[in-house]
Design a binder for this molecule. Structure first.
Ligand SMILES: NC(=O)c1ccc[n+]([C@@H]2O[C@H](COP(=O)([O-])OP(=O)(O)OC[C@H]3O[C@@H](n4cnc5c(N)ncnc54)[C@H](OP(=O)(O)O)[C@@H]3O)[C@@H](O)[C@H]2O)c1
Length: 293
């Protein structure tokens, strides 16, 4: 048994994945744009993740753009049978590295083709429709039109399962009337808990919730309480942050991102960390008090 097996599994679409996975965004160059600073190190991180038992990798063709998908293909193809690669569409990158909405039916079809080509796949396991109505987080508005376009690509056999990203609870409800939604990927971590109710509702329906920025994102979480709990448990603060997410709800799947093999190992070791009740209650106060993201 590998360490990450201790974190358990959850269904993502038609397959079961380990609850500790890997997010590939950090493998592209600075600002998620252009090639990595150290290409060999990026390939090593991917191979090490799979060797450690990871079978859920999160990516997008707009990371780089194209860079992380090409690295995934170079490092891992032919892919292990149990590997689930989840990608996302709905944005494109400007020449200045900006993130621009790209929801037109043609743009979504092109994004699926780009993902297929760069990953070297004939069908994508899971595609998240990434909503970009506001730069500051989920914002209300109908998602039916782009979702219908994605459902059409699913009917063509190019996409096996559909997820949503950066969405409100109302958009999840609307989306579920248009297509079967197997996962929701929103920002959530110890210090950013807007989705508490949504996570519990999705858990009841067996839908995976995949927090992005599980460690706080580009500036990892820092908090005196987190450090105190970590010291007490002989763990690192970021391991405690991941273990807290694993214990928060059974449908949470983790995709911590890193460009470092040392950090990858540290993050995957969180799979065997069990937080006692007093640690959980101390950590529960962070979202409303001291943490800085
Ligand atoms: N749907 C969306 O809109 C969306 C948005 C953002 C991200 N995502 C997905 O979510 C995944 C996770 O998010 P993320 O990578 O942005 O943020 P994250 O996992 O919260 O944190 C990544 C940051 O933490 C650092 N880090 C990781 N492990 C560490 C460790 N053990 N010790 C110290 N620092 C550590 C990384 O730097 P190092 O490289 O130096 O380790 C990086 O700066 C992404 O990879 C991507 O697949 C989705």
């Amino acid at each position: 048994m590998q360490t990450i097996d201790q974190a358990g599994t959850f269904n993502l679409g038609s397959r079961s994945v380990k609850r500790l996975g890997y997010g590939a965004m950090q493998l592209a160059g600075p600002g998620v744009f252009g090639p990595p600073r150290d290409r060999d190190a990026a390939l090593t991180v991917l191979r090490e993740a799979v060797a450690a038992g990871v079978n859920h990798i999160d990516t997008s063709d707009y990371y780089g753009p194209h860079v992380t998908n090409q690295l995934i293909r170079e490092a891992l193809a032919p892919y292990p049978n149990d590997l689930v690669i989840v990608t996302k569409i709905g944005a494109r990158r400007g020449d200045d590295a900006s993130w621009l909405p790209a929801y037109g039916a043609d743009e979504l079809a092109r994004a699926v083709e780009d993902n297929l080509r760069n990953l070297g796949l004939e069908a994508l396991d899971v595609v998240n429709l990434r909503i970009m109505f506001s730069a500051h987080g989920p914002a209300e508005g109908s998602i039916a039109e782009p979702l219908e376009a994605l459902a059409d690509l699913q009917r063509q056999g190019l996409v096996r399962h559909i997820g949503l990203s950066n969405v409100t609870a109302a958009q999840v409800q609307e989306g579920r009337r248009v297509a079967e939604i197997v996962c929701v990927q929103n920002q959530y971590n110890l210090a950013h808990r807007d989705d508490d109710a949504l996570i519990d509702a999705l858990a009841e329906d067996g839908i995976a919730y995949v927090p992005f920025f599980p460690l706080g994102g580009f500036s990892p979480l820092q908090s005196a309480t987190l450090s105190e709990v970590a010291a007490r448990l002989n763990a690192t603060p970021l391991q405690v942050a991941l273990a807290w997410l694993l214990q928060r709800a059974p449908n949470i799947l983790l995709i911590p991102g890193t460009s470092s093999v040392v950090h990858l190992r540290e993050n995957l070791a969180a799979g065997s960390l069990v937080l006692p009740d007093d640690a959980i209650s101390a950590l529960g106060g962070i979202g409303w008090s001291e943490a800085a993201e």
